[in-house]
Design a binder for this molecule. Structure first.
Ligand code: FAD
Ligand code: SIN
Length: 531
């Protein structure tokens, strides 16, 4: 199949769908997703979406909280844009049908999470993402200009490289003409030519053994753009959520929202004693990097495999009505959160860095936008403030829309793009080569590139990754492509970027903590690979 569209969108989370709905008023749209439309990180978001809604909150307060969490590495201009446009974008989500909880007076019932100085998190019980995804999908389904291709895996974006030109990182005129995609059920590779392409492929939590991310979060977009010689930045800043449910063997890990701590739940060690006062005066509601590191330290001191989150002192009815998903999930494994403490551990949760974009979500490659978790706008700096990511997605998808509808007026389809060449490839019948390499990768990243790092650990990680890289490239170059093989290759690519950027950062900063640089340093620039 060879298809031509004005707007190609890769990914069906909040970033891809909110963008698609807007551009669809101006041309033809094709959205591809490697799974079904609602299998996204967006769907699992619990706590909510941060936005300034009422007095006493102000844009300045939200801006300040975001900058403090980001540990001096945020781009302040981008922070101001995001926060001051938050209220408008929330109104749009509501107009599309997303419902957020209200108090008895009719005002939105705003929650609080770590690092926020005010109540400003709009939520729908403890399943906000599910509600937003539901509303967006119902709008998408009704739109005549939008075609959705499920079970369609984007392999690579198309650039001059595919037309036989040499494309290096030193070129600043790289263009994107669409993407090669694999129709999974038939194992056929198609060419989608597009005037503009939006990458909204989400994060990369599956690079680690324990993650809250759904299995689709394998960093494909980031790897694709790195291969296409686009600029990637700040990959060392991987956010570990402090409180994933400790339930060995369950993948992905079930999240226990930070909003529960905002509601009054308290962290306790294996002996049932509070410990956060040893680490930060904001206690259980300190920013995530601090809480995750504190838990990591407590686990190392005690030798325990988890700490506890204690809700037993909270109002039972409010707890069950406000957090029904968590209540039901815990009960299903024998934990009654009104009577028992919840065992929790940190888990890889959010990729702060990614494809570098500007204030209109434009990547370093012309005709190519990126939004959502795969993008690096400069909003989060060295550590994302809770519930700022859904917000970032809608703000930058909107800004990409503003730019893209002008862009398509001046660009033409590139007709001379060849079909994907799959000649000579053979079926790899040994799945074990892929599954074992994935386990090895996750183990390397969790052991050496987790919450606490050191120069020696990073070097060891890179040395071991090198072997996996060579073996996987070898397999990729001779095999008929499968999703599992491509995802593994992408995750190795992303792991490489995390390790390299961590090695380049000669300081402890935000989410990147190194034993070799225990004192936090005040540097100015983020970390880039690609220019
Ligand atoms: P996603 O929603 O992850 O969507 C990515 C899409 O890309 C999927 O459709 C996927 O199938 C597709 N895709 C990926 N690779 C390919 C490929 N190669 N080809 C085709 N399709 C592909 N943030 C908040 O602000 N508030 C919260 O309360 C919150 N809670 C969270 C709870 C959990 C458990 C998790 C995991 C995250 C949470 N986050 C939260 C983070 C937030 O949910 C994500 O950052 C955000 O939803 C990302 O949206 P996205 O559109 O960028 O990507
Ligand atoms: C949570 O609900 O704790 C997750 C919020 C987020 O990741 O922003």
């Amino acid at each position: 199949m060879r298809k031509k569209v004005d707007f190609l969108v890769i990914g069906t989370g909040i970033a891809g769908l909110s963008y698609a709905l807007k551009v669809a008023e101006h041309g033809s749209v094709c959205i591809v997703t490697k799974a079904v439309m609602d299998e996204t990180a967006t769907r699992y978001a619990q706590g909510g979406i941060a936005a300034v809604m009422y007095h006493p909150d102000t844009y300045e307060k939200h801006i300040r909280d975001t900058l403090i969490a980001g540990d001096g590495l945020n781009n302040e201009k981008i922070v101001r844009i995001t926060i001051t446009e938050s209220t408008e974008r929330i109104k749009e989500l509501i107009a599309w049908g997303a419902e957020f909880d209200r108090t008895s007076t009719g005002k939105y019932d705003l929650g609080k999470e770590g690092g926020h100085s005010e109540y400003r998190v709009l939520h729908h019980k403890d399943n906000t993402g599910f509600e937003i995804q539901r509303a967006l999908i119902s709008q998408i389904a009704a739109h005549p200009n939008i075609e959705v291709l499920e079970h369609t895996f984007a392999l690579d974006i198309i650039t001059q490289h595919h037309l036989g030109e040499e494309v290096t990182r030193h070129r600043n005129d790289i263009e994107c003409y669409g993407a090669y995609v694999l129709e999974i059920p038939t194992n056929t590779i198609h060419t989608i030519l597009a005037k503009t392409t939006m990458i909204a492929t989400g994060g990369a939590g599956n690079v680690y053994a324990v993650t809250t991310n759904p299995t689709v979060a394998t960093g494909d977009g980031i790897a694709m753009i790195y291969r296409a010689k686009g600029i990637i930045e700040n990959m060392e800043f991987i956010q570990f959520h402090p409180t994933a449910l400790y339930n060995p063997g369950e993948k992905p890990s079930f999240l226990i929202t930070e909003a529960l701590r905002g509601f009054g739940a308290v962290l306790k060690n294996a002996e049932g004693e509070e410990f956060m006062h040893k680490y930060d005066k904001r206690l259980s509601l300190a920013p995530r990097d601090i809480v995750a590191r504190a838990i990591d330290n407590e686990l190392k001191l005690s030798g325990s495999e988890f700490v506890y989150l204690d809700c037993r002192h909270l109002d039972k009815n409010e707890l069950i009505t406000g957090f029904p998903t968590i209540y039901a999930k815990c009960l299903s494994i024998g934990i009654d959160i009104t009577r028992d403490m919840i065992p929790v551990v940190p888990a890889a949760h959010y990729t702060c860095g990614g494809i570098k974009v500007d204030e209109y979500a434009r990547s370093s490659i012309t005709r190519l936008y990126a939004s959502g978790e795969c993008a690096s706008t400069g909003l989060h700096g060295a550590n994302r403030l809770a519930s700022n990511s859904l917000l970032e997605s809608v703000v930058f998808s909107h800004r990409a829309f503003v730019d893209a509808i002008e862009k398509i007026k001046t660009v033409e389809f590139r007709e001379d793009v060849p079909e994907w060449n799959a000649e000579g490839m053979v079926l790899n019948e040994e799945m074990i080569l892929i599954t074992q390499s994935l386990k090895d990768l996750q183990s390397i990243m969790s052991s050496y590139v987790g919450i606490v790092r050191s120069n020696l650990r990073l070097k060891r990680a890179l040395d071991r990754l090198e072997i996996l890289y060579r073996e996987t490239e070898d397999l990729y170059n001779k095999s008929i492509l499968t999703v599992k093989l491509c995802e593994l290759r992408n995750m190795i690519n992303v792991a490489y970027l995390i390790i390299k950027m961590a090695q380049q950062r000669k300081e402890s900063r935000g989410l990147h903590y190194s034993l070799d640089y225990p004192e936090a340093n005040a540097g100015k620039n983020g970390n880039k690979i690609g220019n």
